[in-house]
Structure formats: structure tokens, C-alpha cells
Write a protein that binds this ligand. Structure first.
Ligand code: WTA
Length: 685
């Protein structure tokens, strides 16, 4: 934890969780409180702090009882043994291990589709699909979705995909993306969805790591006014992966005719197959592969402090129970809801809360292919009205970008269907929270500010709308079964009003089980910093009423528009540029994106800085990672502030980047303190 950032300030006092229940502590801060309306609370699944606390206490005192009762609402082909879960979070006592419902067999696709159809939801709309252009749309009922999933599952089996095999999916937000995920799950294959904004190199890296039987993609996508040729990116990735001795012999390509015609698509005979030519020829029924609750469901790569992305591995049973339950409670889900989450299935939010969580609940989900500001800033509300969306879940960065436009874009639409709003990806600043609440939700819809991570599988700290008075910007209280603790540098739990590092002291069903192929890194990154705990990488403070306030990453991860990017990844992309000798990347505050990427770059001897070089450095990052990771600022650095042992002092770089020059602190331990003045003088270059 040496490289961690300074903690936010805050003082330790007495715990006051009970005071909230009694309502007394709240009186002092009335201005900051948003109390759910009586009407809302009355109909809510959890309608008071007392009810929450009763359920929460039960989940902590008897996790096995609490979760097995919930789990029994799902279909299990065989049930678990005497032990509902077993865990060891303390590496000093042996290998870290988390298991839920082990020995039971089930299938998450069966539970999401067949089970709901058997319960009478066959003709209910599972997915409303809205394309990039206004008039483009489609829909699938649960029964139709199952048929599509089965056809693809049968195709996958016909080309030799078996239980445990990896399948890489590189698709935009077409219905085919959740279809592909569910088809893999149906036959026990492990999907690895790669966000279709990643570059060929990043895609190749993920292919090389998990060695898939095939890649599923589409030829192109329209995003706003742009056409993106995804197939070209995949072609390049496959050349790259072949060089790394992972040749992939099959590329199933969906033709997305509104973006690009077949004829215009580059093709490699023998390897490339059109989805539309083969998949519809397969039967619409496909038997289910029953898998152990602890068999892997998917891999999803995410950024960490070091260069190589980590393959977060989730298993089946616990993830299923957890995503379904968190979805239901955090959004106060009712069967009549129409739910829209703006996240892409390429990220964990799209896995847990576009696909699995809502479908397991038999919900109607909106899947949107396009960009939220196209053709104009009113698109989201147009979609809300068109499908009568009741639950709208998005990221603070989108809220902030829409907030900058005239509120006429919002008020032009009715939005009267909305009843719950949600936020995810980064801390939501109180002014964005208020705009979201007052303008979008007309002060009628509670906001679930859900804190969680790729690793946690589902919500960890989140309001239950209807239960709690809300404080704009606070994720409030832990979900059932989750015991968050705040620890100091030494790993001691701190009580009451305080701030420190956020850890979790127990396992929960949706927790990731390992990093693919690297259990040691799993232990080192998450369980060794504070022995006995899962370390989240986030800072957190708790106020006098017991509310949690997430304060951002304390490690070298930057959160740009809710996308996790490791500073080391950007640095290694920059130094791969032939004219770059060294690079150090830090985060700076950004009005819309939350955080921006600020790169200090040292050039090789004899090369001088130019605008052209700046552009070419940025292009290198775009090509190696993806456009979303492009630095916002390149700062020319003849030298970097280093300790005598050669360690870059990022603390100083962060201050320079944010212009806090009077807070540089002690620079005397630097090998060459002169570099600091030099950097400051070059700030505006
Ligand atoms: C941040 C996204 C504050 C946090 C689900 C976490 C948040 C990282 C919130 C995980 C929130 C996510 N409030 N911070 N409501 N939600 N974060 O893995 O820093 O892409 O560690 O998962 O996003 O990002 P990831």
C-alpha cells in the first residue's frame, strides 16, 4: 500500500447508525437530507430503516440462512450440501478461498429464461432494443429471446465449444450481445466480453490470455454520427494473437446492415462466418448444461495498479443469487417496471445490471446501441418516454454532460413513467445528484447511488429507495450480507465518524473467486494489503449518521467517465512510442469525466516537443488501449521527480497537474529537486 494516495480528512467519533433509525441525528442536517415520499415508501420492498436493519442484521448474523432462503427461489438441478458457503479471507491461514452453494448444480441461463417462461412470462418483453437512429428499434419476448439463445448455443456446440471453453465476445449494444452471453452460459462456456471501444491490441491481449475457441463480433457499428469498423479491429487483433501463438480459427460475425453492408466487409474465408448464414439454421431448443455453482461463468478484464489487465473471474451460483437480489432491492423492482441501464455490456455494469440481474427477475430491459447525446441531448428522455421507462440507471459523467445543456432537452419530454433513478461508476457530486433528482426525476424519484466494482459482482453499498432518507453524494449503507469496514494505514478498523481505506470483512455470494490464471496476484492485490480483509482500492469516509461517502481510488487507478484505467497501462502505451523515453500518468479533476488523464512525458535525447508529437503520443494510447484512455494533457518533462532509489514521486506530480503548487510538500528527498521547478515552468507548454 506504499503508493497509496493521501486520505481524505475526517475525524473519528462515535458510531451513530442507531441514531438514524431514531431520526434524531438527522434533524441537525435537514438541508442535506432528501426523504423518500410516503407514497414511495409505502409501496417499497423495504420501506423503513427499521425493516432494512432487521433484514441486514439477519444477513450478518446468519448469512447461510439468509442467502439459502433467497437462493431457494431459483432452480437448482441439485441442491448444495450442508455448507451454504465457506471462505478464507485471511491469507495467513492458507489460500484465500470463497465458495457459495458448492456442490449444487444450476444454470443461470435456465434461471433467467426457461424458469421465467415456465412462470408465465413467455410473452412478456424481455428486451426492447433501440438503435442508434431514431426510428430503429426491435424487441424480443422471453420466449423469443430463449429461441435465439438456443440457436446460438446449438451453433456453438456444433463448432466444438464445450463446457469450460472460453468465448471472446466483441460486440456493441445489439441484442446479440446479451444473446451471446446467455448462449455461452447455457452450455457452460465461459464468456469474456471485451468492450467494443477497446483497440485491437487490447483485444489481442485478452484473447491471448484466455485462448478462446472463437471470437463473436459484428462488422461495424454506428455510434452517434460515426461508423466504427469493428471487424477491422478484430482482424488486427487476430493477427496479433496469432503472433503470440494463440491463433483463433473462427470469427462469427454478425452483419449489422445499418452500419455496413456485407460486401464492404473484409473477409477471411475459412475463418470468418456470417452469423445470419449459420445461426438461424439451428434448432430453437437446446438442452441446458448443468454446472456446479462454483463453475466459472465469465471472465472480465479490468485495470489495476500494474500494467497487465486482470481477468476477474466470476462463478455461477453465488453471482446469480447476488445480482438478482441486489437488482430487486436497490431498484425496488416491480414486475410492471421497464428498466433501462445505459451501461455497455462490455463492463461489469452491463453484465450484472443489463443482462443477468434484470433478466433473472423477469424484467423488461431496454438495450440502447447509440450515444446518449445523439441526435441531441434529449435522446435519453425520448427513449424514456418511448418505452415508458420506470427505472433509469446511469453514470455521473452522463448526468454532468447533460446538465451542461439546456434543461429544455429534459423538460421537453414527459418522463412521468420514471420512479427510480440510479447512479454508478464514480462518486456522484452533490450538484449533479441534485440536478438528476430535481430536474430529471422532478423530485419524485429516489436515486440509488450504487457503489460496487467488477470484483464484487454486484452492489455493495447502496440506498434501498424507500428505506432511507438520502444524502446527495452518499452511497448510504451496505447491502444485505456485506460488512464494510474502514481501516487506517495499519489495517486497524476505525469506528464512528472517520475516513480511511474501505475493506470488506466477509465474503458475499457475488464476490469474484480469483484472477484468471493468477491466484497469487488475487491474494497480493486484494487480500494482502490488509490481512483478513478484502481491500477495495477505494477511500471512504463515514459520517456521524453512519452514511458512507466514497472518495475515489487510493491506488494507481484512474476513473475516467466511470471507466477504470490503470496509470501503468497508459504509461506503458506512451513509452512504446519510439520517441518517448519515460512517462508518468496521474489523474486530475475533470468537470464532465470526473477524472482526466494527465501524462508527464520525457522524450528521448535529441527529440524536441512539437504539436505533431503530442498528437502522435495520444494516438499511440488510443491504438493500444482505446479512445476512452487518451490523455487529456501531455506535459513535457525533461526530468521526473524521483527519489534517490529511482521511484517516481507521484504525489508531487499530482500537485503540479492540479496546479496546487503551494502544496508540493517536502521535495528534499528527491534525487534532483531542481526538476520540480523545471516542470512547473513547462506547465503551459
Ligand atoms: C468507482 C463499476 C463512488 C470506485 C461498477 C470503484 C464508485 C470503481 C461508485 C469500480 C459509486 C463505482 N460511488 N465510486 N457509486 N461506483 N465506483 O470495476 O472507485 O468499473 O472502485 O465497476 O468505480 O469500477 P468498476
Amino acid at each position: 500500500v506504499e503508493s497509496m494516495k493521501e486520505l481524505p480528512s475526517g475525524a473519528g467519533k462515535i458510531p451513530r447508525l442507531n441514531a438514524v433509525v431514531l431520526g434524531e441525528a438527522l434533524a441537525s442536517e435537514e438541508d442535506d437530507l432528501v426523504v423518500p415520499s410516503e407514497d414511495f415508501s409505502r409501496q417499497a420492498l423495504v420501506s423503513s430503516p427499521q425493516q432494512y436493519l432487521e433484514m441486514y442484521s439477519k444477513s450478518i448474523q446468519d448469512p447461510a440462512g439468509f442467502w439459502s432462503e433467497i437462493a431457494s427461489q431459483f432452480y437448482w438441478n441439485e441442491t448444495w450440501g450442508s455448507e451454504v458457503f465457506s471462505e478464507n479471507l485471511d491469507y495467513r491461514k492458507g489460500a484465500v478461498r470463497i465458495e457459495w452453494f458448492k456442490g449444487a448444480s444450476t444454470n443461470i441461463c435456465y434461471n433467467a429464461l426457461d424458469r421465467n417462461i415456465k412462470a408465465g412470462l413467455g410473452d412478456k418483453v424481455a428486451i426492447y432494443w433501440e438503435g442508434n437512429e431514431l426510428a430503429q428499434d426491435g424487441q424480443l419476448t422471453y420466449k423469443e429471446l430463449l429461441e435465439k439463445v438456443c440457436q446460438l448455443a446449438n451453433y456453438l456446440k456444433s463448432v466444438g465449444v464445450r463446457k469450460g471453453d472460453a468465448v471472446v465476445i466483441y460486440l456493441p449494444m445489439l441484442m446479440e450481445l446479451p444473446i451471446a452471453m446467455l448462449a455461452c452460459a447455457r452450455i457452460g462456456a465461459v464468456h469474456s466480453v471485451v468492450f467494443a471501444g477497446f483497440s485491437a491490441e487490447s483485444l489481442a491481449q485478452r484473447i491471448v490470455d484466455c485462448k478462446p475457441k472463437l471470437v463473436i463480433t459484428c462488422n461495424a457499428v454506428r455510434r452517434g454520427p460515426k461508423t466504427i469498423n469493428l471487424k477491422d479491429i478484430v482482424d488486427n487483433a487476430l493477427i496479433e494473437s496469432t503472433k503470440n501463438e494463440v491463433p483463433v480459427g473462427l470469427c462469427l460475425t454478425y452483419e449489422n446492415p445499418s452500419a455496413m453492408k456485407r460486401e464492404a466487409t473484409k473477409w477471411q474465408d475459412g475463418r470468418d462466418v456470417w452469423w445470419q448464414d449459420v445461426v438461424p439454421t439451428f434448432p430453437t431448443e437446446c438442452p441446458v448444461e448443468w454446472v456446479d455453482a462454483e463453475d466459472p461463468l465469465f471472465l472480465l478484464y479490468t485495470s489495476g495498479s500494474t500494467g497487465k489487465p486482470k481477468g476477474v473471474l466470476h462463478t455461477t451460483g453465488g453471482y446469480m443469487v447476488y445480482t438478482a437480489t441486489t437488482f430487486k432491492y436497490a431498484f425496488d423492482y416491480k414486475p410492471s417496471d421497464v428498466y433501462w441501464c445505459t451501461a455497455d455490456c462490455g463492463w461489469i455494469t452491463g453484465h450484472s445490471y443489463v443482462s443477468y440481474g434484470p433478466l433473472l427477475n423477469g424484467a423488461t430491459v431496454v438495450v440502447f446501441e447509440g450515444a446518449p447525446n445523439y441526435p441531441d441531448a434529449g435522446r435519453c428522455w425520448d427513449i424514456v418516454d418511448k418505452y415508458k421507462v420506470t427505472i433509469f440507471y446511469t453514470a455521473p459523467t452522463l448526468v454532468r454532460s447533460l446538465m451542461r445543456e439546456s434543461s429544455k432537452f429534459v423538460t421537453h419530454y414527459s418522463r412521468k413513467s420514471l420512479r427510480v433513478l440510479g447512479s454508478v461508476g464514480e462518486p456522484i457530486n452533490p450538484s449533479a445528484w441534485r440536478w438528476f433528482f430535481n430536474v430529471v426525476g422532478e423530485s419524485r424519484c429516489p436515486i440509488s447511488d450504487t457503489w460496487w466494482q467488477t470484483e464484487t459482482g454486484g452492489f455493495m453499498i447502496t440506498p434501498l429507495p424507500g428505506a432511507w432518507p438520502q444524502k446527495p453524494g452518499s452511497a448510504t449503507f451496505p447491502f444485505f450480507g456485506v460488512q464494510p469496514v474502514i481501516v487506517d494505514e495499519k489495517g486497524n478498523e476505525i469506528e464512528g465518524e472517520c475516513s480511511g481505506y474501505l475493506c470488506i470483512k466477509n465474503s458475499w455470494p457475488g464476490a469474484f473467486r480469483t484472477l484468471y490464471g493468477d491466484h497469487e496476484r488475487y491474494e497480493t492485490t486484494y487480500f494482502k494489503p490488509f490481512a483478513g480483509y478484502y481491500f477495495t482500492g477505494d477511500g471512504c469516509s463515514r459520517d456521524k449518521d453512519g452514511y458512507h461517502w466514497l472518495t475515489g481510488r487510493v491506488d494507481d487507478v484512474i476513473n475516467v467517465s466511470g471507466h477504470r484505467i490503470g496509470t501503468a497501462e497508459v504509461e506503458s502505451a506512451l513509452v512504446s512510442h519510439p520517441q518517448c523515453a519515460e512517462a508518468a500518468v496521474v489523474a486530475v479533476e475533470h468537470e464532465v469525466k470526473g477524472q482526466g488523464i494527465y501524462a508527464f512525458v520525457t522524450l528521448i535525447e535529441g527529440v524536441s516537443y512539437s504539436e505533431e508529437l503530442r498528437k502522435s503520443l495520444i494516438l499511440t494510447v488510443r491504438n493500444q488501449i482505446g479512445a476512452f484512455a487518451a490523455p487529456d494533457k501531455i506535459h513535457w518533462a525533461p526530468g521526473l521527480p524521483k527519489t534517490r532509489s529511482g521511484k517516481i514521486m507521484r504525489r508531487i506530480l499530482r500537485k503540479i497537474a492540479s496546479g496546487q503548487l503551494d502544496e508540493l510538500g517536502d521535495t528534499s528527498t528527491l534525487a534532483d529537486p531542481g526538476v520540480v521547478d523545471q516542470l512547473i515552468s513547462l506547465s503551459d507548454c
